[in-house]
Design a protein around this ligand. Sequence first.
Ligand code: PEP
Length: 253
Amino acid sequence: MAAPPRPLIAGNWKMNGLRKDGLALAIAIAGRVRAQGPAPVDILVCPPATLLGEVGKALEGSPVALGAQDCHEAAKGAHTGDIAAAMLADLGCAYVIVGHSERRAGHGETDARVAAKARAAHAAGLVAIVCIGETEAERDAGQAEAVVTRQLAASVPGAATAVNTVVAYEPVWAIGTGRTPSDAEIAVMHARIRDDLAQRFADGAAMRILYGGSVNAANAAQILAVANVNGALVGGASLSADAFWTICRAVPD
Ligand code: PEP
């Protein structure tokens, strides 16, 4: 059997941090890595767009990668306020999150648009982290698996590979709420996503599937030990260097 994919711990800072805070956080995270040696995981921080330049400079020479929280699907043009994937790559980003549920809900992003953003990310040489996940009402209605299968099919482009794409399963009701699914519930959802990926993509077995939704320093080890969980997308807890670093170290050997 092939070795499991190398885990990825990604911090989504969302719309938090002025220059001073963001810089201090990035320096603190890079400092933990330097002082304690690299964790057996890929580590990524996704600051707000305003901080990408400075945080990128602070992370130079460190194994901590830089990512953005969104990109536009067009390569350039008349899209006031938007940012093209190539602009992110130009700033030193290696990853971009697309289809986060806060953008799907707050900006009306459809699966088709998310897929277009992922294609734009690939064209710019970025790894797309494609977010999917059911709402609480969908879970209560017994539709959680069907919803993620549908979102996966429509949000992940056909040219996705284990190198250019990461899937993040983030139940909407678990984001920022302090509530998490049980280990068994996470296992069911990740197994379903793994099956879907393996059926559709030649290297689907090697694609990383992150869990996201109220991961913190206390619950990370348990969640990261669940089958087919290849890392975490962390919101709130990624704003603390100590908590984020504890999560990075919680990945099982
Ligand atoms: C997220 O925003 O992707 C997220 C998982 O947030 P939190 O960890 O705060 O639930």
